[in-house]
Write a protein that binds this ligand. Structure first.
Ligand code: ZN
Length: 62
């Protein structure tokens, strides 16, 4: 599974914006087991889709 996401997509997600899934386009990314501020992984809200994005905590969003 490709978990590398483009930086613009990551920025939208960490800003809490509703971001359409790049894979199925039917779901959006939700933080896994954490608030948006603390989450390092985000999963597609579509139960039929298993796409996930892992965010490197080193990345600093201005
Ligand atoms: Zn999806």
């Amino acid at each position: 599974m490709d978990i590398t996401a483009p930086i613009d997509l990551i920025e939208k997600i960490v800003q809490g914006k509703k971001t359409d899934c790049r894979k199925c386009s039917n779901g959006y990314y939700v933080p896994y087991n954490a608030s948006v501020e603390n989450a390092h992984s985000f999963y597609c809200s579509n139960p039929k889709c298993s796409d996930c994005i892992i965010i490197d905590p080193i990345i600093n969003i201005e």
